[in-house]
Design a protein around this ligand. Structure first.
Ligand code: SF4
Ligand code: SF4
Length: 434
């Protein structure tokens, strides 16, 4: 059978050892650390002070402008500190609100909405107030994605159920355990975008999820597409290319080709906010890798400390080599396990020392494998070469800003060149001067 896909990319060992493990809610944490910056855009501003008593779901930091989202307390208790704490994505300390639990999990008052009776702008406002961001990893504020300008009408919504990174299975489990909520969430988004087509795109190694959606969808506007198992199939541009054969222009956005892509977990968060008036307080994620005693899928309150999550999964196995937040290719290695789980944390992968091999880099042998696999059709070897010599103008000429940091180039390089690292470094240098 020919499945839909894109040009380039790589085939990886999927290691989806936890795909049969139901998402297990972990006990309430005694303390949460909630950074004011967990999203793309401006950090939010704290609106609580030391000693304040807060309830679960209470807003504790307000959005700063349009491309920003508020933060909410994920437990009830007392504000103990507003200080700088290690941040797992920024790689430095960042302003965070620390809340100590009273063990009662007392919630704010909530009221259910009937989305069919709400105006589109009211739904977008609920989503913004719910602090919802893309849960697939990018953490882009969802209300911004759902507010395309009039001159860019959207004809297709794609629900991203590819989950192409090895080890991660939380999207797969979410699709199996919250199938109906995802379908209802899709209808909410379609109303907001005024679009009449929704594609649920799932890789072919999740046959049970594909079947479940096909059995439950009773709306002819929604269909399921089966994608080839290939990395990075879940990247927005690649999933659009695979499903619709449309090419997002260099420097452009999916809305330039009439598409909005939402991760399936984000769709659940939208459903929770709009139907149940629950802001984004919890996060389901995969805990896996040889360095974990009991790999599984768990649901935790946002701000729970990574080490507490590991302890609830049987602890570390012997010889921990590397802790990665996110998938093994696009995730970020952590220097401490005292970092909080963020809204966009899709997984924690722990590798053992044996798995973390540091091979010596050799000179480029001009084999062009990195060019063949680059899903963005870039010249990774050339860009890396210019990046190494700090020639950032040349990097820009070679469209470096289109790089998705997928790591495919480094993965296939026989000379073990750390191409993706060099590209990322050059991108950061260029952005710092913008
Ligand atoms: S250059 Fe960027 S997009 Fe292309 S393979 Fe490397 S990391 Fe991926
Ligand atoms: S894959 Fe490595 S060795 Fe081959 S061209 Fe790219 S950088 Fe050079």
């Amino acid at each position: 059978m020919l499945y839909k896909t894109f040009k380039g990319g790589i085939h990886l060992q999927t290691n989806k050892a936890t795909d049969k493990k139901k998402i297990k809610p972990l006990p309430l944490p005694e303390r949460v650390v909630i950074p004011v910056s967990q999203h793309t855009g401006k950090p939010s501003t704290p609106i609580v002070k030391l000693g304040d008593k807060v309830k679960t779901g209470q807003k504790i930091a307000e959005a700063e402008g349009f491309v920003s989202v508020p933060q909410h307390s994920s437990i009830s208790g007392e504000v103990k500190e507003i200080a700088h704490y290690p941040h797992p994505v920024l790689g430095r300390d960042a302003l965070s609100i620390v809340i100590e639990s009273d063990g009662k999990d007392k919630w704010i008052k909530r009221k259910k909405h009937d989305y069919t009776k709400l105006a589109r702008s009211e739904i977008v406002e609920i989503i913004k107030n719910g602090g919802i961001v893309g849960l697939g990893g990018a953490a882009f504020p969802t209300h911004v994605k759902l507010s395309p300008p009039k001159e860019k009408p959207i004809d297709t919504l794609i629900l991203n159920g590819a989950e192409c990174e090895p080890y991660l299975t939380v999207d797969h489990r979410t699709m199996l355990e919250r199938t109906e909520d995802i379908i209802k969430g899709a209808k909410i988004i379609m109303k907001v975008l005024e679009c009449d087509r929704c594609i649920i795109a799932i890789e072919s190694n999740k046959k049970d999820a594909i079947e479940k959606f096909k059995n439950l969808i009773k709306d002819e506007r929604i269909e399921v597409f089966t994608l080839k198992v290939k990395y990075p199939q879940g990247e927005e541009r690649q999933i659009i290319k695979a499903c619709l054969k449309r090419e997002v222009p260099s420097g452009g956005l999916p809305m330039d080709v009439g598409v909005v892509v939402q991760n399936v977990g984000t769709v659940c968060a939208i459903y929770d906010a709009v139907h149940r008036d629950i802001p984004l307080l919890e996060r389901s994620l995969t805990i896996s890798g040889s360095g974990i005693k009991e790999p599984q899928n768990v649901k935790v309150r946002i701000g729970t400390i990574l080490k507490n999550v590991i302890d609830n999964c049987g602890g570390y196995a012997d010889g921990v080599g590397k802790i990665i937040m996110g998938g093994p290719l696009m995730g970020i290695a952590q220097y401490t396990d005292e970092v909080p789980i963020l809204k966009a944390t899709s997984g924690i992968i722990v590798q053992t020392e044996d798995e973390v091999s540091i091979e010596e880099e050799q000179p480029c042998i001009r084999c062009s494998r990195c060019v063949d696999v680059c899903p963005m059709r870039l010249l990774p070897c050339e860009i890396a070469n210019y990046a190494e010599h700090h020639n950032f103008d040349k990097c820009e000429e070679l469209d470096i800003m289109d790089c998705k940091e997928c790591g495919s180039c480094s993965f296939v390089c026989p000379a073990k060149r750390n191409i993706a690292h060099l590209v990322k470094f050059a991108k950061n240098e260029i952005m710092s001067k913008m």
